[in-house]
Design a protein around this ligand. Structure first.
Ligand code: OAD
Length: 232
């Protein structure tokens, strides 16, 4: 069975990473336009660099939770028939043991050169605007897909959605496209669809089945059920 899982901020909430839309539409006290658009960066580059530097540094203080671990366990069984597509920019899937992960909205632990467009692993701050180690001149920015920019890995995601038998969405509000449209694409191609979320998402009606609760509880239950280990 081929399984594609889409994850959002809700899967990392129990690890202590704040979600986006559960706090008045503000992201850590900022309007999304200020910190998640190219225009916001052009207006206040130092503030935006500091914002993502803080998020990157905060990764050291969070750990994967049982939901991340359960997905890694499922990958061990299904191998190449399993794929995580995440909107999250944290590294908790990888630290939980997952290796088949596509970060469609980029990664905190990556920098993007505004000149040569090279992406590179980056663990330090960017607030001092270090030069690009590849081209030597241009400015490095967070390698995060902002509103108005094209998400990463769309070809591989489309290919996986076409071929999957089961599509599962975990901890995402279904408010941001193109990810919010994956359930309809998967359905069109014949997959069964399941949502695991704290509350019914904006797209809940598009799923064949929807379960409400904490990801740290629901995901291990669902994985155990899929692996035939007992009732959910
Ligand atoms: P949101 O903050 O929009 O939604 C998080 C969802 O997780 C909500 O539906 C919550 O009900 C649910 N949730 C919260 N805690 C949960 C828990 N413990 N267990 C299960 N579900 C829980 O986050 P995303 O949908 O990921 O994009 O947001 C999508 C994109 O919007 C982000 O990737 C980001 C943002 O702007 C960019 O930065 C480009």
């Amino acid at each position: 069975m081929r399984v594609v899982v889409l994850t959002g901020a809700g899967i990392s909430a129990e690890s202590g990473v704040p979600t986006f839309r559960d706090a008045d539409g503000l992201w850590e006290g900022h309007q999304v336009e200020e910190v998640a658009t190219p225009e916001g960066y052009d207006l206040q580059p130092t503030m935006v660099q500091r914002f993502y530097d803080d998020r990157r540094a905060a990764l050291a203080h969070v750990q994967p939770n049982p939901a991340h671990l359960a997905l890694a366990r499922l990958e061990q069984v299904l191998g190449d028939d399993f794929l995580v597509v995440t909107q999250n920019i944290d590294d908790l899937h990888e630290r939980g043991g997952s290796t088949r992960v596509l970060h469609m909205h980029g990664e905190l632990l990556s920098a993007l050169c505004r000149g040569c467009r090279q992406r590179m692993r980056w663990e330090q701050d960017l607030v001092d605007f270090p030069p690009c180690p590849r081209c030597g001149v241009a400015e490095l920015r967070p390698d995060v897909v902002w509103f108005g920019e094209v998400p990463y890995e769309m070809d591989r995601i489309a290919f996986a959605l076409e071929r999957c038998d089961l599509f599962v969405s975990i901890g995402t509000s279904g408010a941001v496209y193109p990810a919010a449209g994956f359930v309809q694409a998967a359905t069109t191609y014949g997959a069964r669809t399941l949502e695991l979320n704290l509350l019914p998402s904006e797209g809940a009606s598009h799923f064949a089945e929807s379960r409400q609760g904490l990801a740290g509880t629901l995901v291990p239950q669902w994985v155990a059920q899929l692996l035939g280990e007992g009732p959910s």
